[in-house]
Write a protein that binds this ligand. Structure first.
Ligand SMILES: CC(C)(COP(=O)(O)OP(=O)(O)OC[C@H]1O[C@@H](n2cnc3c(N)ncnc32)[C@H](O)[C@@H]1OP(=O)(O)O)[C@@H](O)C(=O)NCCC(=O)NCCS
Length: 161
């Protein structure tokens, strides 16, 4: 992936990671995150091209955890354009990324996806990912918090003045 590819990758991600396909609020596809990832881990950001058009991407990073000698490779975002799926594009991107991560001394590779993302789960399982751990996300509506109500009233008073 090159700097000039950022807009096309961003656009493709927007098509793929819609609220419907990615209902979790905990990660969001935005241009700042993409630019930041490219800046810090550009060597492990890959694109797939067909007829000069970007039809897929795999954005990976390498991380070291404090007090842990192991280096981890992380596939942060993977996507293939509609019309190009089930043709092995993601498989080629993943294999290429694994080679790069090993070059960077990663010993374990991590991926994550929503439990309802059956295509991605089938893809990752086929490619040898396992040891699945479920992580529970919890949330609370802060609109009922006294501080929230107080702040809202203050803001309403301010706009009335
Ligand atoms: C998941 C995704 C990246 C797969 O891309 P792809 O290029 O179609 O994958 P490949 O062609 O390399 O598929 C390899 C294997 O994965 C599995 N697979 C892929 N898509 C599948 C689907 N929709 N249903 C079931 N299995 C699927 C199959 O075993 C497939 O092999 P086969 O075609 O011989 O049966 C693609 O569907 C996608 O972009 N999804 C939306 C974005 C997303 O969810 N990203 C992952 C989380 S960041």
């Amino acid at each position: 992936m090159q700097l000039k590819d950022i807009p096309a990758v961003f656009e493709l991600g927007q098509e793929l990671f819609t609220a419907e396909e990615m209902p979790t609020l905990y990660r969001c596809w935005d241009d700042h995150e993409l630019a930041e990832l490219f800046n810090t881990n550009g060597e492990t950001c890959l694109v797939a091209e067909a007829d000069g058009e970007i039809v897929g991407f795999a954005l990976g990073s390498v991380m070291e955890k404090p007090r842990n000698a192991w280096r981890y490779g992380w596939l942060e975002w993977l996507g293939v354009k509609k019309g190009y799926k089930r043709r092995g594009v993601a498989t080629r991107l993943l294999n290429q990324l694994i080679n790069l991560l090993i070059d960077k001394h990663a010993r374990i590779m991590l991926v994550d996806t929503d439990v309802r993302n059956h295509a991605a789960l089938a893809f990752f399982r086929k490619h040898g990912f396992g040891q699945e751990l479920r992580h529970v996300y919890l949330s609370q509506n802060l609109e009922n918090h006294p501080k929230y109500i107080e702040k809202k009233l203050e803001e309403e008073e301010d706009t009335q003045m």
